[in-house]
Ligand binder design. Structure first.
Ligand SMILES: [Zn+2]
Length: 303
C-alpha cells in the first residue's frame, strides 16, 4: 500500500490539548477534547493496520471534499485496481443496541447512526468518481475499531465492520492480485488536489489569552509540570520520561506558536513562557540556532 495522503493530528485537537494543561476547560470542552482524542487514536490504529497490507493500493487519509456544493469528510479511502473502499472510523466503547435504524446506549440514549453519514458520503463520492471519469466501484463501510464495542440486534446486511472482523476484511482486500495503473495514481492525485484544509466541522475553540495561561515547561510525554531540569536534560517526576532539554524547550515554543501564530518570539517572552526556569542565555542560543532573526537591538524578534 502506498500512502498518498497521510493523516495529521487535527489542529483543534492540538490546540485543545495544550489549553487543557494550561487552563481549566469547561466540562463540555473537556468532553470534546476526549472525543477528539479517542477519534484520533482510533484512526491511528486503523493506519497501523493498513500499513501492513501488501497488495497494490493507494491510501488517502482524512479528506475534506466539497462535492456538488456539499462538504464531506472522509476518514480513509483506499484505491485498489477495481474498487475504491471508503471507511468511516469509529472508536465507540461499550454496549449499544440497534433499533429502528438508530443506535442506543443501554441507558436509552440515542446516538447518531454513523450509517446516515456514511451513505451520504458514499453517494457524493460516487458522483465525484463519475465526474473524474473513473468507473471504479465504491464500497463503503463503518469500522468499529474498539474491541470493547458491542452492537446488539444489528441486521447482518448493514455495512458495519467490527473489531473481530477487521482481520478477515483486510485479508480479503489484501488478496487482490490486480495491479494499479497510471489511471489510479491520476485519480488519487486529483483527490488530493481537491482536498480542503479548513474544516467547517471543527467546533469553536474556547477563548484564551496569553496572560491567562499557566506558564512553565511541561513533559513532552505526559504534559506534567513537575520536572527536574539539568543543563542538558529534562526529567519528568510523574512519568519518568527523560528528554534532551533543547528538544523539550523547542516543543514548548511550538505550542506557543500554535496558540499564538502571530506572536513575535523574543528572549524575554520565552523567559516568561518557561516561567523563569531557563537562563536567558540558553534561550538566546536556542533562538539563534533554530529561528530566523528580524530587526536589531531591543526591537529584534525571531520567527
Ligand atoms: Zn511525564
Amino acid at each position: 500500500m502506498k500512502i498518498v495522503k497521510s493523516r495529521c493530528k487535527p489542529v483543534s485537537l492540538e490546540i485543545l490539548s495544550v489549553l487543557g494543561k494550561r487552563m481549566s476547560l469547561q466540562d463540555e470542552e473537556k468532553n470534546y477534547l476526549l472525543h477528539l482524542e479517542k477519534g484520533f487514536e482510533g484512526e491511528t490504529q486503523f493506519d497501523t493496520f493498513v500499513e501492513q497490507l501488501t497488495c497494490e493500493g493507494l491510501v488517502l487519509n482524512d479528506l475534506l471534499l466539497t462535492i456538488n456544493g456539499t462538504t464531506c469528510q472522509i476518514d480513509a479511502l483506499i484505491l485498489t485496481a477495481d474498487t475504491v473502499y471508503l471507511y468511516e472510523i469509529k472508536n465507540y466503547q461499550g454496549n449499544f443496541q440497534y433499533k429502528s435504524n438508530q443506535l442506543y446506549t443501554f441507558s436509552g440514549k440515542e446516538v447518531v447512526n454513523p450509517l446516515i453519514q456514511l451513505n451520504r458520503t458514499a453517494t457524493l463520492m460516487r458522483q465525484l468518481l463519475k465526474q473524474l471519469g473513473s468507473n471504479l466501484k465504491l464500497e463503503a463501510a463503518v469500522l468499529f475499531l474498539n474491541p470493547s464495542f458491542t452492537l446488539y440486534n444489528v441486521p447482518v446486511d448493514k455495512p458495519f465492520i467490527f473489531s473481530t472482523q477487521l482481520q478477515t476484511h483486510f485479508a480479503k482486500l489484501d488478496r487482490n492480485p490486480l495491479p494499479l495503473s497510471k489511471k489510479h495514481q491520476f485519480l488519487a492525485d486529483k483527490l488530493v488536489l481537491l482536498h480542503q484544509n479548513d474544516s467547517p466541522f471543527a467546533r469553536q475553540l474556547p477563548d484564551y489569552t496569553y496572560a491567562q495561561l499557566r506558564k512553565g515547561l511541561t513533559c513532552p510525554n505526559c504534559g506534567s509540570f513537575d520536572l527536574a531540569l539539568t543543563q542538558r536534560t529534562c526529567h519528568c517526576k510523574d512519568c519518568g520520561h527523560t528528554s534532551p532539554l533543547n528538544e523539550a524547550l523547542l516543543k514548548q515554543i511550538e505550542e506557543l506558536i500554535l496558540l499564538f501564530p502571530d506572536l513575535h518570539l523574543t528572549k524575554n517572552l520565552l523567559y516568561d513562557w518557561f516561567d523563569g526556569k531557563v537562563p536567558k542565555k540558553k534561550i538566546w542560543k536556542l533562538l539563534q540556532t533554530h529561528f530566523k532573526r528580524y530587526g536589531s537591538g531591543r526591537g529584534c524578534y525571531y520567527q
